[in-house]
Design a protein around this ligand. Structure first.
Ligand SMILES: [Zn+2]
Length: 76
């Protein structure tokens, strides 16, 4: 089933990433609520759309949602 919104968003499997990558992404966060970097996140979910990839999770400190954008090189 696909939702045809502005962007076609697909959920990916965050846990398919290498353990090191998972650790890094979970540690390297920015929380808009705490206004602090690297507080960490839990409950990560990875999404992708046509132009970008990001991870959504909950801030370890305050529990608010945090989003980390991932910059990936395109494989052509
Ligand atoms: Zn926070």
């Amino acid at each position: 089933m696909t939702n045809e919104l502005e962007e076609n968003i697909v959920e990916r499997d965050f846990f398919a990433r290498a353990e090191e990558e998972q650790r890094d992404f979970l540690a390297q966060t920015w929380c808009n609520h705490c206004m602090e970097v690297d507080l960490g996140m839990v409950n990560p979910k990875e999404f992708e759309s046509k132009d970008r990839v990001w991870i959504e999770g909950d801030c370890v400190k305050c529990g608010h949602a945090t989003v980390t954008e991932i910059v990936e090189e395109d494989e052509e």
